[in-house]
Design a protein around this ligand. Structure first.
Ligand code: IMP
Length: 427
């Protein structure tokens, strides 16, 4: 039995998809535990390309159970669009389950997301994905949300929808935004509800049963630790917790069932959307990293901001997620650089600190302090073991381990599966 959690340690886009796909090949069950279709990763194999936003990576394996757990917010329209995309490309034999306790994203959540962002001055915008994630979690916390179990019951769905539309229309009207008609939404969404019903299950019981039957379960995180609602760079965060600590609550299992927690990090840092980024730099070296690492948003094509590896952030993630190992991605992108920098502390108002300040205003005044290591020149894309790495690359990884106090369990030297070097087997 194993319960392996894969989470992002930075601001998302760390390459979790590759590691999740890799581990999913061994798991009996793959569970997405938070967020919704704000996430996304691309999977390529057999000359085909799949963009997944909601559906776990195990969907390509007919013998694995794939679960959308209670901590998720699910847009039914996006769910069926993703299923159609898979089916059109021949992925028809799979096992998929949706938690009866997950919450449903409806059109007014998306409008509220846009409304809230548009009301903020430019520098205060979160830069959300506009998928209605925040407003749906808000409804959940206000205890007016529509859960999957109510969504698939026509009578209860309509009654709750009517009340919610009435409430949200008042807010939308107050700020001169487009309002909604409950009957219109109901007429469209009742067909999604009917189609979703066969997938609905008590997924907490399913996961616990799997553990009792000695199965291997993979928990697939979306986004990254710094986007955590509680421990991230608030308010520039998402509305759920992408940490391993949130897995038990968001899936209905005991924390004791988790056997390994893998934090995925790039060998450097990137950030999309708004928000402070201490190790951000923008020069020729940043440009080289951006082009070599293909650091452009998958949906929008926007260039990602580039920064050196920030150990203050990684230490924070080790604490809040209880990482037992690190997976370092895109190490090959750093080859050819004269020097590699690691941020080991910040200076805030003349004082050295080794933690992420709680207040974003304080954080914005932090400057990074670096340790500089020699870079490596060799192409490492064909490396198949730690021993084969150039001395400088080994030293870079060893220094990261030393500073963090956890082992590197995987490192990656290219996009292909074969370019993934596993230093510790977890399943
Ligand atoms: P929301 O999750 O759409 O509410 O967006 C909140 C913040 O999280 C924004 O800065 C988004 O850019 C960021 N975000 C949400 N999902 C992802 C992701 O999968 N990768 C990277 N950033 C994300």
């Amino acid at each position: 039995m194993s319960g392996v959690v894969v989470v992002g340690t930075q601001w998302g886009d760390e390459g979790k998809g590759k590691i999740t796909d890799f581990l999913a090949a061994k798991a009996d069950m793959i569970v997405r535990f938070q967020g919704g279709n704000n996430a996304g990763h691309t999977i390529k194999f057999d000359g085909k390309k799949f963009a997944l936003h909601l559906i776990p990576s195990g969907i390509f394996r007919k013998d694995a159970k794939n679960i959308l757990a209670n901590g998720m917010v699910i847009n039914p329209k996006a769910f069926f669009e993703e299923l159609s995309m898979l089916q059109e490309q021949g992925v028809t034999d799979f096992q998929l389950f949706v938690s009866d306790r997950a919450h449903i994203i409806l059109p007014y959540h998306i409008a509220l997301d846009q409304m809230l962002e548009s009301m903020k001055e430019q520098s205060k915008k979160v830069g959300t994905t506009n998928k209605g994630i925040g407003p749906c979690y808000t409804d959940k916390a206000m205890r007016i949300g529509i859960r999957v179990i109510d969504f698939i019951n026509e009578e209860r769905f309509f009654q709750k929808l009517k009340q919610n539309v009435e409430y949200h229309n008042k807010v939308l009207t107050a700020f001169n935004f487009q309002t909604f008609d409950a009957v219109e939404i109901f007429d469209e969404y009742k067909s999604y509800a009917k189609k979703m019903a066969p997938y609905v299950a008590n997924t907490s019981k399913m996961i616990n049963d799997a553990f009792h039957a000695n199965k291997d379960v993979l928990f697939e995180g979306a986004q990254g630790a710094l986007l955590c609602l509680d421990h991230g760079t608030y308010p520039y965060v998402t509305s759920s917790s992408p940490t391993a600590s949130s897995v038990p609550l968001n899936t209905g299992i005991s924390p004791q069932k988790i056997t390994d927690i893998v934090g995925v990090t790039k060998a450097y840092s990137t950030r999309v959307g708004s928000g402070f980024f201490a190790t951000n730099f923008d020069d020729e070296v940043a440009n080289t990293i951006r082009v070599k690492g293909n650091e452009f948003g998958t949906t929008t094509g926007r260039p990602r901001r580039i920064g050196w590896l920030d150990l203050v952030i990684l230490k924070h993630t080790v604490n809040i997620s209880g990482l037992t190992g690190l997976s370092v991605m895109l190490l090959d992108v750093l080859s050819g650089l004269n020097e590699l920098k690691i941020c080991t502390s910040y200076t805030l108002d003349g004082k050295e600190i080794d933690e992420v300040p709680a207040s974003i205003e304080d954080y914005e005044r932090c400057t990074p302090n670096y340790e500089t290591l020699p870079g490596f020149k060799e192409d490492i894309t064909n490396v198949t073991s730690f021993e084969q790495l150039p001395r400088e690359a080994k030293n870079y990884l060893k220094r990261i381990e030393e500073l963090l106090g956890i082992p590197i369990v995987i490192f990656s030297v290219g996009p292909d599966r074969t370019q993934t070097i596993v230093l510790k087997e977890m399943m």
